[in-house]
Structure formats: C-alpha cells, structure tokens
Design a protein around this ligand. Structure first.
Ligand SMILES: Nc1ncnc2c1ncn2[C@@H]1O[C@H](COP(=O)(O)OP(=O)(O)OP(=O)(O)O)[C@@H](O)[C@H]1O
Ligand SMILES: [Mg+2]
Length: 289
C-alpha cells in the first residue's frame, strides 16, 4: 500500500505520517518512509537523532530521467536500481524503517523557485519503489500545487489531514477532489487536533456534505506539543497517549484494507504489538489502583 499524507500547512501531515510509519513498522510490516517535502522533517518524527537526520543524503531529482521504452514512448525511469537507491540514499530509522528524503529543488533551479524536477522525482521514486516493502508512507508538502503536477498520482491511499476549522476543511475538500481526479482509489480524511464534541460534529457535517470518508479522529494531544518542545518524536515521548492510540487505530484500518486488497494473512506474532502494549498499560494501571 502506498500511503501519502496531504493537507494544509501545519495540519499535522508529518506528525501523522511519521507516527503511522512507526506504528505499522512496530507491528512487523516493512515500511519505506519517503519525505517528499522540500523542507524535510520526517526523520525527527520517525525518532531519528538530530545528528543522523542532518547526515542523510538527499535524493537528487536527477535520479529520474526520461527514457524511451521498447515502443518508443517516453517514460520516466530511475537511473539506478532499487537496491542502489536504498544503499546510497536511505537512512535507517527506528523499527527497521528505511527513510529516503527527496528534499531540495532541482539542480540548476536555484533562484527560479522551480520545483518541477523535484515533483517529478518524488512521483517517479514512489512508482519505482512500489514493490519495496509492504507500505510506503510519503509525507507531502503543503498545498495543492504538487498535486496538480501529479506528484501523488502513484499513491493508492491518500490521507487528507484536516483541522476542525473551516479553511482547513475547505482545503481538505479541494485536495480530496483533486486526488479523486487523479483516480486515487482510497481517499480518507484524518480529523486532527479534535478538541471538543463541537469540533467533531463540525468535521462530521462537513465531510457528510462533501461525501468524504473519515478514517479516524486524532485528539488535540498535549503530549505531541510537549514532544515537539523537547525535540522528540511523539511516539517516543509518549507511546501510550490518546493521540498515538488514535493514529494506531488508523494504522490497523489501513493494514486491514491492505490485507483485503492483497489477500494476505494477518501477521501472526508481531501484529498488534502496540495494541497489546495498550492493553498491558491498562492492566498495569488497574493493578496499581
Ligand atoms: N493531534 C495533535 N495535537 C496537538 N498538536 C499537534 C497534533 N498534530 C500535530 N500537532 C502539532 O502541530 C504542528 C504542526 O504539525 P506537523 O508539522 O505535523 O504539520 P504539517 O502539516 O506537517 O506542517 P507543514 O505543512 O509545515 O509541513 C506541530 O507543532 C505538531 O506538534
Ligand atoms: Mg510537514
């Protein structure tokens, strides 16, 4: 399954993508995380140390080039093999996650602000790496410009992250309709930073009107804010908080969808490791009382 997080600036795309990747990997799935934001910061949310994150080799847009196929049609092709890409550019994040960072604008485009080659590279790498691991989780840049360029066209599951206020919801609806134009099969809203019942009702009503399907509600989580203050990954700062638990429920739904789609058997041992963690924590709390 190729998942991407999209949405308005600051809605929580990186928080959701990083935590989701960690939770899926913690359940024993092989995960490739892709930072597709020109201002990359997924590494820290995945739980990498700042020094390691600073030493990651960004993937140059020149990794993709146009080549003619056997029928003479121009196709975007990777200039190295999957293995070489992972060997030369991937960083190792906790839970055996491979992280690749697309980052920087195109070579030679300094000052022009042109991101075409970068967007093309993100799109190409997602397609080429689709056979790698069970899940790719791509953290996209904010806004719609890259969607118009089709950056996300090779994603199969779009998570549109929205906050409970009108402009964020409006942006979410526009993103979802562009994703639908790109014929992305699974488009879900993640309702993030939900604080009150009124927030929830506002999101429900908006999504019903716009025929958007909500995959989960993530509360406004103080622990996420504190994790950010202390420069830690939310999942490492407090793996049992309500925010992480809500993202875990989304991870389970996505894993289930993936199993149905690919007719796979659920993982026997490691699956639900975090769910077990949550119930153990509950038991512990009860015994302490
Ligand atoms: N559920 C939540 N509860 C509280 N704070 C949150 C929640 N989700 C995200 N945040 C906080 O909101 C801020 C923005 O989150 P994040 O960086 O994940 O958003 P983003 O959409 O990736 O932003 P950008 O568009 O700049 O890439 C961060 O300070 C993060 O800690
Ligand atoms: Mg971000």
């Amino acid at each position: 399954m190729k998942i991407a997080t999209v949405g308005k600036g600051g809605s929580g795309k990186t928080t959701i993508a990083g935590t989701l990747a960690r939770l899926l990997a913690g359940d024993g799935h092989k995960v490739l995380a892709i930072d597709g934001d020109p201002n990359p910061n997924l590494a820290l949310t995945l739980g990498m140390a700042r020094d390691d994150a600073d030493n990651i080799n960004y993937i140059p847009p020149s990794i993709m080039e146009m080549k003619k196929d056997a029928d003479g049609n121009l196709k975007l092709k990777m200039t190295c093999t999957e293995e070489e890409l992972i060997k030369n550019y991937s960083a190792s994040a906790p839970e055996n996650i491979d992280l690749i960072v697309m980052g920087k604008p195109a070579d030679g485009s300094a000052g022009s602000g042109c991101m075409c080659a970068s967007h093309r590279a993100v799109r190409g790498v997602i397609t080429e790496m689709s056979a790698y691991g069970e899940f790719t989780v791509t953290d996209m840049e904010a806004g719609l410009e890259h969607l118009k360029r089709g950056t996300a066209a090779n994603v199969d599951t779009m998570l549109v992250v929205v906050e409970p206020y009108y402009r964020s919801l409006e942006a979410g609806a526009r993103t979802a309709s562009l994703s639908a134009e790109l014929e992305i099969p699974n488009i879900f809203v993640v309702a993030n930073k939900v604080k009150t019942e009124a927030d929830r009702v506002a999101i429900d009503q908006f999504c019903e009107q716009h025929e958007l399907s909500i995959i989960g509600y993530v509360p406004l989580e103080e622990q996420f804010i504190e994790a950010e203050r202390q420069a830690q990954a939310p999942i490492d700062f407090d793996p049992k908080c309500a925010g992480t638990k809500a993202i875990y429920e989304i991870a389970l739904k996505l894993a289930e969808l993936d199993i149905e789609k690919r007719s796979l058997q659920p993982l026997p041992d490691k699956a639900n490791a975090y769910a077990r963690g949550f119930s153990d924590a509950k038991k512990e709390a009860c015994t302490k009382k």
